[in-house]
Design a protein around this ligand. Structure first.
Ligand code: BDP
Length: 711
């Protein structure tokens, strides 16, 4: 009887266990939830450590369950060669048959070393012997979640996607851990929980308790939390009647608030500030400058070693050229900011367009730390409907030479502390991570942008191609027949988007009210001119493009002399930025030998043909991956092709009304009349009733837009 009972219990246990296993594998069955962490946890590796700790435990568990090789030793040490790699660096030494030793000064370093080793394994790249030394390019590698977290005054609204599910806190759902692992595996060590258009409510007790719960969950993965704050919080929370940064009471309010935040989260990172931009409050509301505001916040944070990331994304309705404004407001104050202020600058001077030249602030702020802000979420890249690998965009910006201190003064070097010896270094990316889609990002390939941001933040010398390949191997398959064509497709994908949306330096041709489709013709009576495409493309009978030379807005003068000279001259200007800097006659002879008009038509056509080619590439690799993800991507590529046709038809037909020339005869013809295209009304795209209205007008809006956006 006892025996039987024992047997029954065992059987029951076995059955429940198997059901759980089947259940969990069904739940996560290649739906993208596992991201780049798909290693089977069925190993039983021998792993030892010379110290104990929360992060070491994680490193040990990851290795024990996934590492398929010989023994691993984890060593905390302050040996000189290891200590020189700083508080997050590590070394890995040893060989395949005797095992490897990961050494680091801190637990975090060991964690990163463990993920490094697992990445080598999962990309089939473990060599016979290893002698690796790694340390990150930037100290703060941070995701900016444009999440509605903390929006009490706007309950239930989703700004740009929602990740945290704050209603379940302080319980920590499993996806938090997966999020933390995914970030730690690529070296991301910081996260801003809420959107830059912040609500003051985030600084109230109710929300600070949630911030604490998140911080506690992420801490063992070496991830620190930060918050976006509303500059007028003391006023909007009803506690003071001014937010003037020079007012003693305001300074005290912030100091006390900061002290309170640190009581919840002792290793809190600091604040992110979007001030006086797109309607947010800021020091200018009180007759003060960004400098006054930033330094006041910095003083409140300094006693706790907190920092303030002050965004340079500001623009004034009265200025002539929006592209000049960040520089005009920030550059004159170089050197006057407190040491714990870092100015956060979007990669380009306008706003995350498919292609922009670099912001002129890189290399122009020599005495103030500057950090890049990339947009990982595909706000201007077809949302989560399009396959657009942005590793190439990030790389293009990082590698651009500012010539600020002579040749070799790349954007990377102006921001990583090497050129200007700043102690504070950081890089940020607006995240595309959300929980209302099982694969986190909407499009499976959008995951690669999160991955690429993290890898480049860790090592800005890595090439976008290496990263794409690494990602494809871990996320899908190590089969060369898959990896080679897919990497190739990824590498071409951003350029394809540029071509079918805004080639040759065109920018902001997006519709009014959303950033999905084209509306280069749009007129909106109440809109500021710089909200509308005509402001940017300046099409007329003579030509196309924004004159930013000295005959125009002279934005070129904000660049260092070498770039200034190169961009100013129509003959030497990089053609990728031609229409950004020049108003160019339709008849202008391009380097290809085509006229500008013909070249424009070729570019639009090329973008479309590229995407069609991606469809073929994808169909050919079907046998190498699971049916679920295959079908998902295949379906998105269909939307992308139809969007590319939409963009090409809209832009080519519209610009043709000015150029008055035929589309080169060898090219495919448009498929829809301009007048019909103009009837597509996606204004307030996020509101279903309007979306339905546009359906009546003959175009079905692609259903899944995702990627940080509400459908
Ligand atoms: C723009 C977005 C807007 C953001 C803004 C920003 O469309 O929603 O608030 O950037 O960066 O591109 O603050």
């Amino acid at each position: 009887m006892y025996q039987n009972c024992f047997f029954m219990n065992k059987l029951k246990f076995f059955l429940i266990f198997s059901l759980l296993l089947i259940g969990s594998s069904m739940l996560y069955a290649e739906d993208g939830y596992l991201l780049w962490l798909r290693a089977k946890a069925d190993a039983n590796a021998q792993v030892t450590a010379n110290k104990q700790g929360a992060s070491i435990d994680i490193a040990m568990k990851e290795l024990r369950t996934q590492w398929k090789g010989a023994a691993i030793q984890l060593d905390i040490t302050n040996a000189r060669n290891v200590a020189a790699l700083g508080k997050e660096g590590f070394t890995i030494t040893g060989d395949k048959s005797n095992g490897f030793t990961i050494s680091a000064l801190t637990e975090a370093g060991l964690l990163y070393g463990a993920y490094h080793l697992l990445r080598l394994q999962e990309t089939n790249a473990v060599p016979a012997t290893l002698n690796v030394s790694e340390k990150p390019s930037y100290d703060i590698r941070i995701l900016n979640h444009w999440d509605s977290f903390g929006m009490e005054d706007n309950a239930g609204s989703v700004f740009r996607g929602s990740l945290w599910q704050p209603e379940v806190l302080p319980d920590i759902p499993d996806f938090y851990i997966q999020y933390a692992r995914a970030n730690a595996a690529i070296g991301i060590n910081s996260t801003v929980l809420n959107n830059v258009n912040a609500s003051p409510a985030v600084l109230t007790t109710r929300w600070l308790e949630k911030v604490k719960a998140i911080a506690d969950a992420l801490r063992p993965y070496n991830i620190r939390v930060y918050l976006s704050v509303d500059f007028s919080s003391p006023v909007r929370l009803g506690e003071l009647n001014t937010g003037d940064p020079l007012d003693k009471n305001v300074q005290k309010w912030w100091k006390n608030k900061v002290d309170e935040v640190y009581r919840y989260v002792p290793d809190f990172g600091g604040f992110l500030m979007k001030a006086n931009s797109e309607g947010t409050s800021g020091p200018r509301d009180y007759g003060r400058t960004h400098l006054d505001g930033a330094n006041m916040m910095a003083d409140a944070l300094a006693p706790h070693n907190g920092i303030i990331m002050w965004r340079a994304f500001v623009y004034d309705p009265n200025e002539t050229d929006r592209a000049k404004q960040a520089y005009l407001e920030f550059q004159p104050n170089d050197g006057k900011f407190r040491p714990n202020v870092i100015v956060q600058v979007k990669n380009g001077p306008v706003d995350f367009q498919p292609r922009e030249p670099i912001s002129p602030l890189f290399g122009a702020m020599k005495k103030t730390p500057v950090m890049i802000e990339f947009e990982i979420v595909q706000e201007y890249f077809g949302y989560a409907n399009h396959l657009a690998y942005l590793g190439t965009l990030f790389e293009e910006c990082l590698d651009t030479d500012t010539y600020a201190e002579g040749p070799g003064s790349t954007v990377a070097k102006t921001t990583d502390g090497s050129l200007y010896k700043h102690k504070l270094t950081a890089i940020s990316g607006v995240a595309n991570v959300r929980r209302d889609v099982s694969n986190w990002c909407g499009h499976h390939f959008s995951q690669s942008n999160w991955y690429a941001f993290g890898r480049l933040a860790w090592n800005h010398q890595l090439s976008a191609e290496t990263i794409a390949e690494e990602w494809a191997r871990q996320t899908f398959s190590n089969d060369e027949a898959f990896v080679i064509p897919v990497t190739n497709m990824m590498m071409r994908s951003r350029e394809a988007e540029v071509d079918f949306m805004m080639p040759l330096g065109l920018h902001h041709l997006f519709a009014f009210g959303h950033h999905y489709g084209p509306e280069p013709w749009v007129e909106v009576s109440f809109a500021r001119p710089d909200w509308l495409p005509k402001y940017y493309h300046q099409a007329n009978a003579v030509g196309l493009g924004y004159d930013r030379t000295k005959t125009g807005s002279d934005a070129v003068a904000q660049y260092s002399p070498v770039l200034h000279a190169a961009y100013s001259n129509l003959e030497t200007c990089d053609e990728r930025f031609l229409l950004w800097f020049h108003h160019v006659p339709w008849t202008h002879k391009m380097r290809s030998g085509h006229t500008l008009w013909d070249e424009l038509c070729y570019r639009y056509d090329n973008g479309l043909q590229e995407v069609r080619d991606f469809q073929k590439t994808w169909d050919r690799i079907e046998q190498y991956i699971d049916p679920e993800r295959f079908a998902h991507v295949q379906s998105r590529l269909r939307i992308q092709v139809s969007d590319a046709i939409w963009w090409r038809d809209a832009c080519v037909l519209y610009f043709q009304t000015f150029a008055k020339r035929p589309i080169p005869y060898g090219l495919e013809r448009p498929t829809t009349d301009l007048e019909t295209l103009k009837m597509i009304d996606l204004v307030d795209f996020n509101y279903r009733e309007k979306a339905d209205r546009s359906k009546e007008r003959g175009r079905t809006i692609p259903k899944v837009i995702g990627g940080g956006y509400q459908e």
